[in-house]
Design a protein around this ligand. Structure first.
Ligand SMILES: N[C@H](CCC[C@H](N)C(=O)O)C(=O)O
Length: 275
């Protein structure tokens, strides 16, 4: 089966985007991880599928990690999604309403080429993350390989753990991040963010993503880090989130308010793959 795709990225967090409105397909986990494979396939952190919405949203947005697992939300992908549906002539609407497994998001193409997304309201109850804890807390102690680390835990539709570190370049992202990703207290696994606070409006962030490993940027991770920092009275929004792939701007006005993300979305090339 020949499949048309578009390769895109948001700050180096890269995607294979597939129009599933004009081509009907259902891919196995094995086929999805083949597409994501950087040696044998196309190569990407996530695969994004554009589908017709079941309700009255404009589109349904499905997200699969490089390991083939389907997930609830992808922030950098949401910015690429709206650029894709405009570039492919699938809509003239701006903003577009996009249904995801974790609810509705509304990305808007800005005149300066950047994209702003209402990423929805973060959730903190352990059962909603999900995270195993007796009750909600600002931070939690987590046993990792005989060490105790302090994390914030929350959901941006997908689960996030956030650690504050003194030196982002020395943060144990690959080693400890992999252990926290699969920690038993996160029954659906978790994205693990390491945040260095520069000042009240600037952070540096690295994320070990669930199902993909460390990526150059993570949109929902940036949202989760800013929320964790604001809650601990360490940050004031808007916050510039400096990732290895570039800068995101995140705003959040507090409990029960949406998190707003602004950043770029880039189309790299189009292609076809035989599956
Ligand atoms: N790895 C994430 C999905 C992609 C999130 C990230 N690429 C973003 O920009 O938010 C998860 O398993 O929840």
């Amino acid at each position: 089966m020949k499949i048309k795709f578009t390769k895109m990225h948001g700050l180096g967090n890269d995607f294979v985007v597939i129009d599933c409105i004009n081509q009907t397909l259902s891919l196995s986990r094995k086929q999805l991880s083949f597409i994501a494979d950087r040696h044998f396939g196309i190569g990407c952190d996530q695969i994004l599928m554009v589908e017709k919405a079941s309700g009255n949203a404009d589109f349904f947005y499905r997200i699969f990690n490089a390991d083939g697992g389907e997930v609830e939300q992808c922030g950098n992908g949401a910015r690429c999604f709206v650029r894709y549906v405009h570039d492919q002539g699938l809509t003239l609407k701006n903003p577009v309403s996009v249904e995801t497994l974790s609810g509705l998001i509304t990305p808007t193409l800005q005149k300066n080429g950047e994209v702003t997304v209402d990423m929805g309201i973060p959730k903190f109850e352990p059962a909603e993350i999900p995270f195993v804890a007796d009750h909600r807390a600002l931070t939690y102690s987590l046993e990792v390989q005989g060490k105790t680390v302090q994390i914030s835990a929350l959901s941006m539709g997908n689960p996030h753990a956030v650690r504050i570190v003194g030196d982002i370049d020395k943060a144990p992202v690959g080693s400890e991040g992999a252990l926290i990703e699969t920690h038993p207290r996160f029954p659906k696994r978790v994205n693990v963010g390491y945040m260095q606070i520069i000042d009240r409006h600037n952070i540096q962030l690295r994320v070990f993503e669930r199902g993909a490993g460390e990526t150059l940027a993570c949109g929902t991770g940036a949202c989760a880090a800013v929320v964790a920092g604001v809650q601990q009275n360490l940050l004031d929004t808007p916050v510039s989130v400096n990732t290895r792939g570039g800068k995101l701007t995140i705003s959040w006005d507090g409990e029960n308010q949406s998190v707003w993300m602004t950043g770029p979305a880039v189309t790299v090339f189009e292609g076809e793959i035989n599956l």
